[in-house]
Ligand binder design. Structure first.
Ligand SMILES: Cc1cc2nc3c(=O)[nH]c(=O)nc-3n(C[C@H](O)[C@H](O)[C@H](O)COP(=O)(O)O)c2cc1C
Length: 181
């Protein structure tokens, strides 16, 4: 059976590392458990700052960009949500993108991958776990936390080949557990 994966790129700022971290995760996923991998890059998707006139759990949002976002999540077979850590939590861009939808998240097989300078973004991952549990995704236990540092972020870009074997193993284990869903 073919397996597809969509990776939500949670950061949107100028000079972000998120896109290159996502490309590395995508490469590993394509080499191992998935036939197709797509990036859902919130910078490209360009949702407005959260502005739903009615909470999305009561009525779906009727704006064109949010309807397009809803369709992308609805169509995704499995999700990796990739988050950096900003002030011990997830970026507003990612929180808004989650808040815009409701039923689309229900039972969606999902894994969390975090990155950051403190514990590989573990605090952000903890918050994201609470949020994604609350919106009823089918969240796998395994998480991967990528530690940023001098080597992995040299020249302002992310170098996946400089991550540790343990980090790569935890990422592959999370991708495998998600593929087995
Ligand atoms: C507003 C802001 C707050 C940050 N706070 C934290 C933090 O609490 N913990 C941490 O490990 N790194 C923190 N960082 C560092 C980021 O994790 C790091 O810059 C990472 O590259 C951000 O992801 P991005 O490049 O995709 O935006 C922070 C960065 C920013 C911009």
């Amino acid at each position: 059976m073919t397996k597809s994966l969509a990776i939500i790129v949670g950061s949107t700022r100028t000079n972000r590392l998120g896109r290159s971290v996502a490309e590395w995760v995508s490469e590993l996923a394509s080499q191992h458990d998935y036939d197709s991998v797509e990036l859902l890059d919130l910078k490209e998707i360009d949702l407005p700052a959260f502005d739903a006139p009615v909470p999305p759990m009561y009525a779906p949002n009727e704006s064109a960009p949010v309807k397009a976002w809803a369709a992308q999540i609805e169509a995704a077979e499995r999700l990796v949500v990739l988050t950096p850590e900003y002030n011990q939590s997830i970026p507003a861009s990612l929180k808004g993108a989650i808040d815009y939808l409701s039923a689309e998240w229900h039972n969606k097989p999902t894994a969390i991958v975090s990155y950051g300078y403190m514990g590989g973004g573990a605090n952000a991952a903890k918050h994201l776990r609470e949020i994604l549990t609350f919106v009823k995704t089918d969240l796998i236990e395994e998480t991967a936390a990528i530690q940023l540092g001098e080597e992995t972020t040299a020249e302002g870009t992310f170098h996946g080949d400089k991550t540790t074997e343990a980090e790569q193993a935890s990422l592959l284990a999370a991708l495998k557990a998600l593929a087995d869903k």
